[in-house]
Design a protein around this ligand. Structure first.
Ligand SMILES: [Zn+2]
Length: 287
């Protein structure tokens, strides 16, 4: 089925709708993707006419976010009010969702729970943020023998929030569970062999080969960076700035703070694994 130029019938048959929202975000796309799956709205970062129509027409019963960063939660409270929808939060992070979204969650979920009846399945995927979750939904576009008439066995698409992107990489700072958690989350997704990824920023990653290649690329990217960080430390870099200097070859204008956060996350992981000296603890924390 063609994705571009989809007809209304295609859209009706597809269980997943993406709505791009222009919000202040540091993601290169300058926009955040909200998704509507059945009666569930994920990551309403901002108001938008299409989402307004869906909310006003009673098509939205549930609202959830992949994580509580400001560029994912901006219109949760508005749409909860307009649609009289149930706002969901991970059970361990209901307070964070309340603080970020400005509305008290009505319901909580644990890993593996569905959002509403037969809704998206929540998958804990910390790393980019400590409260990050992904949502698994049936993928009728890329089923094993799935096809446009819907008779094939559906694959699994994952709304992956800021865990993965089609191009480049995502920020993994020293908070949020850090790089160890991030890598585990990427591997967790890869082990599920999804047939599509729908990120919080940028285009979808379609088809099982593209999904695996993307997740492998993101894992390799982290391990390469980790090797560069370790090499810098072993070569004598003695503070975070020196490691940043040595571990990045590209011009960091405008993203130096993100690079520093990333390096601190890498150093934290290496420290936790006993691969760099204990004296790095203060250097990382004292920043
Ligand atoms: Zn984020």
């Amino acid at each position: 089925m063609a994705r571009d130029g989809a007809t209304d019938a295609d859209v009706a048959a597809a269980p997943l709708r993406r709505v791009s929202l222009e919000v202040p975000t540091r993601a290169p796309s300058g926009a955040t993707n909200a998704y509507v799956v059945g009666d569930c709205l994920v990551d309403p970062a901002a108001r938008n006419p299409e989402l307004d129509r869906l909310a006003e027409s009673g098509r939205i019963d549930h609202i959830a976010v992949t994580h509580t960063h400001a560029d994912h939660v901006g219109a949760v409270a508005d749409y909860a009010a307009i649609a009289d929808a149930t706002v969901w939060a991970p059970e361990a992070f209901a307070d964070r969702v309340a603080d970020a979204a400005g509305v008290t969650p009505d319901a909580t979920f644990a890993d593996g729970d569905a959002i509403g009846e037969d809704g998206p399945i929540a998958l804990e995927t910390p790393g980019h943020a400590v409260d990050h979750v992904a949502f698994a939904v049936p993928d009728r576009r890329h089923g094993e023998i799935g096809d446009a008439d819907g008779t094939g066995e559906a694959g699994e698409a994952i709304l992956c929030g800021d865990l993965a992107v089609a191009e480049g990489s995502v920020v993994v700072g020293p908070g949020g569970g850090g790089l160890t958690a991030y890598l585990e989350s990427l591997r967790r997704l890869r082990d599920r062999t999804p047939t599509a990824l729908h990120p919080g920023h940028g285009p979808a990653i379609e088809g099982p080969e593209s999904v695996t290649a993307t997740l492998d690329r993101l894992i390799d990217h982290r391990l390469d960076r980790e090797a560069a960080v370790l090499e810098a430390v072993e070569a004598g870099a003695s503070d975070v700035d020196a490691v940043v200097e040595a571990a990045y070859e590209k011009d960091l204008t405008g993203v130096a703070d993100l690079a520093r956060a990333t390096v601190r996350a890498h150093l934290g992981k290496l420290l936790a694994e006993g691969r760099i000296d204990e004296e790095w603890r203060d250097r990382i924390d004292g920043d």
